[in-house]
Design a protein around this ligand. Structure first.
Ligand SMILES: [Zn+2]
Length: 55
């Protein structure tokens, strides 16, 4: 179990939810990779070019 409920989006402070192998911000839609159960704010998921944060 990944305790991402305790974490907030560094971009906007929104709530993060688990999405596949990443954590997604429910507020701004930004995604962060989860590596070995640890949220990695420094390594964006490879689908970054999707630009779904604007939708
Ligand atoms: Zn956010």
């Amino acid at each position: 179990m990944i305790e991402i409920d305790l974490l907030a989006c560094p971009e906007c402070g929104g709530r993060l939810v688990e999405s596949d192998d990443a954590a997604k911000c429910t507020a701004c839609g930004k995604r962060y990779a989860i590596v070995d159960g640890v949220l990695d704010f420094l390594t964006p998921p490879s689908h970054e070019s999707g630009r779904d944060a604007e939708r």
